[in-house]
Ligand binder design. Sequence first.
Ligand SMILES: Cc1ncc(COP(=O)(O)O)c(C=O)c1O
Length: 368
Amino acid sequence: MRIPFLDLKRQYREIGSEVSRAVAGVLDGGSYILGAEVNSFEAEWANFCGVRAAATLNSGTDALILALIATGATREGAADEVILPALSSGYTALAVINAGGVPLFVDIDPRRYTIAPAAIEKAITSRTRAIVAVHLYGQMADMNAITEIASRHGLIVIEDAAQAHGASLNGKRAGAHGHAAAFSFYPTKNLGAYGDGGAVTSDDVELIEQIKILRQGGHVAAMQMSTAGRNSRMDEVQAAVLRVKLKHLMDWNRKRIELAQIYDDAFRGSRIETPFPVGGESHNFHLYVVQHPERERLRRYLFDREIETMIHYPFLLHQQPLFRKTGQQAAIPIAEHVARRIVSLPLYPQLSRNEVEEVAAEIMAFEN
Ligand SMILES: Cc1ncc(COP(=O)(O)O)c(C=O)c1O
């Protein structure tokens, strides 16, 4: 049986009629950008994350860029340093550069795969202004330690929550831990639109108002431009889709956790290193990433049996030519070790238990 890494058509079939009604309502309503659906989704998303306000944007990358700019983490022309993990999506680092900052890459925690607090502490210089904490694969970063370091050094904390919709730590959801948080609603995310989309969440209502100005040309009033903003608006169709899907998000996350448990049980006692959820809903299993000493041979074996896998990510950020020339770079041994061994297995709410069991059985057959 062919098992695709991700099949979004299955999700659409599950909620297609609800989505069609919502989209038809928008098309019929005649308001297509920044209208009632966007306003409602912003209120619902802020409420879901447990913060006072949210601003929707065109993408997760724009959400990071505008969060960095609006919090003052990266000031124009100042070459402010921003600490971030070496293992993340390339967009995390691109956002820092596009916001005018200098990325400083540091190592990861070997079990959570998220930024290592001790490595942050070591990397801080007099030019450091902010930390971007990425909740990688859906696992919450160690926000207690990170916010403690940040407050001791007077640093701004931005959460990159692009993969962490609905994950929580100490009873607080992703999006409610830093000064601001950036979400992506790219279609493959746990909460994904049918196109691009993103949002910034924060308890700082003024900050969110500032981002709403920046997303629309920097206009403070009609025909009055005071800041160099951009065009990063969410359209009504995407907001309507996201409102439908938000109702399903936590059921889908629970399904992911159940499927992850099947993999965990099957791999117990083997040489496959499974993810290490810190507990409760601290991991939403956006991705199920294992480590294997013979990753390439395992991937080829699964590929030959029509089981698709991926690598998140095939390169570390500090090794990219674009980022190598920025800032000073200390060694990053844990991320370098992990990067040679990680492989992402199929896991999404519409995957059946049978399919997950088959993937696990094939992997165990490879092992024996
Ligand atoms: C960790 C992380 N940060 C940032 C982004 C950028 O989000 P977007 O693709 O919506 O710009 C993504 C997704 O691509 C991501 O996974």
